[in-house]
Design a binder for this molecule. Structure first.
Ligand code: SAH
Length: 367
């Protein structure tokens, strides 16, 4: 049951009734559904390009098709690009989007420009069932899986709004949801996205769902993999990430040691720094030992505090963050501190909750 990410009642888009969404379909599927309607076999290719390369919103924009065909398409199909319900630009150039989906669910994505690079941070689920204690999306609870079209649609919609070409884009699955719990649709979305963006520019971030990792290991074109680790031992990881009970750290590390990593690539380990919880130099030492032998880099993320998270969920001071990073570096690790972006619009990591949620109050976990 969808309880948390729908602000408005579940009303199906009125004109959507009976029309098949073309967005998210692979070349083959698209050709198959178009076959009874299209006048020529090459129409599927034209329409595929219009959808994913040009990012058209409407069949009227497919001006390379005959008028009669556009009409027939509009009667039977729709282009389910997510609707931009709200756009919040931050002072640092980051821009957060709230998308409204056809069933009323809402999701967030963030456009992060950074010195000539461009990264879109997108969602894989509307909500998240994992309930990590430091994460705002998790606080609001489970939602539903996004379709491949809704996943690709976020990239297309932001690109149409902000204009960067597909080729230089980076895409990270670090928005709402756990991508490995929606792997089928994430894979279908990747198959489309990787026609325009190299898989090396795409990163899937996961808590480490083991069956999902095993599945990804079999893919031919794998995106980069980032693991949300956040604690250097079973006990503390279990304390902040309930999923550690299902997939314990030891098994996760074993799976990562087996994971087929392409030449020249590294795993990324994300480690949220929480004051007086996992930020001591012994913790850095433990982390270094835990990762030993892996080709990896470590991304330290000072926790973004949020009123729903409780008073103990605050970042260490700068000196302590630097000391933690230095300790890892002394032990030979590549460690970086993720700069906070989009702070002033709550677009920072772990703060995607879908707008309008603040109003409900922050009771419960604040203590
Ligand atoms: N479920 C996946 C994808 C979400 S990614 C995963 O957990 O990896 C979201 C990233 O933001 C993860 O690394 C997550 O741990 C991090 N994050 C969540 N809450 C945060 C917070 N309050 N401050 C900083 N980072 C946070």
């Amino acid at each position: 049951m969808i309880t948390t990410t729908t602000e408005t009642p579940l009303t199906a888009e009125p004109q959507a009734a009976g029309r098949t969404d073309l967005l998210g379909l692979s070349r083959e599927r698209l050709a198959a559904v178009l076959a009874p309607v299209a006048d020529r076999p090459f129409r599927a290719r034209q329409i595929y390009q219009a959808l994913y390369e040009r990012g058209v919103r409407d069949f009227t924009e497919m001006t390379d098709l005959p008028q009669a065909l556009r009409q027939r398409l509009a009667e039977r199909f729709r282009i389910g690009l997510p609707e931009i319900a709200q756009r919040q630009p931050a002072a640092d150039g980051t821009c957060k989007y709230l998308f409204r989906l056809a069933d009323g669910a809402s999701i967030e994505a963030v456009d992060i420009p950074d010195r000539g690079r461009r990264t879109f941070c997108i969602s894989s689920q509307a909500g998240c069932a994992l309930a990590c204690s430091f994460c705002v999306t998790g606080y609001w609870g489970a939602g539903r899986n996004l379709t491949a079209g809704e996943i690709v649609g976020q990239v297309l919609a932001i690109r149409a709004d902000r204009g960067p070409p597909m080729a230089g884009l980076n895409v990270v699955f670090m928005g709402m949801g756990e991508p490995l719990l929606n792997l089928e649709d994430v894979k279908a979305a990747l198959d489309i996205l990787t026609e325009g963006i190299s898989p090396q520019r795409i990163t899937i971030s996961t808590v480490g769902i083991l069956p999902g990792l095993a599945e990804m290991a079999r893919w031919e074109r794998r995106p980069n993999l980032a693991i949300s680790l956040h604690a250097p031992d079973e006990e503390r990881r279990g304390e902040i990430m309930p999923v550690n009970r299902t997939y314990p750290l030891a098994e996760l590390m074993a799976a990562l040691r087996r994971y087929p990593l392409e030449k020249g690539r590294k795993l990324t380990f994300e480690y949220i720094l929480i004051r007086d919880f996992n930020d001591r130099s012994e913790d850095a030492d433990r982390l270094a030992r835990l990762l030993s032998g892996l080709r990896a880099k470590i991304n330290l993320i000072p926790i973004n505090p949020d009123p729903v998270l409780g008073r103990r969920m605050v970042p260490p001071d700068e000196a302590r963050i630097e000391a933690f990073k230095e300790r890892l570096r002394q032990r030979g690790w590549i460690a970086t501190v993720r700069r906070r972006r989009g702070d002033d619009v709550s677009a920072a990591c772990g703060q995607l909750r879908a707008f309008g949620r603040e109003a409900r109050g922050f009771r419960g976990k604040t203590g």
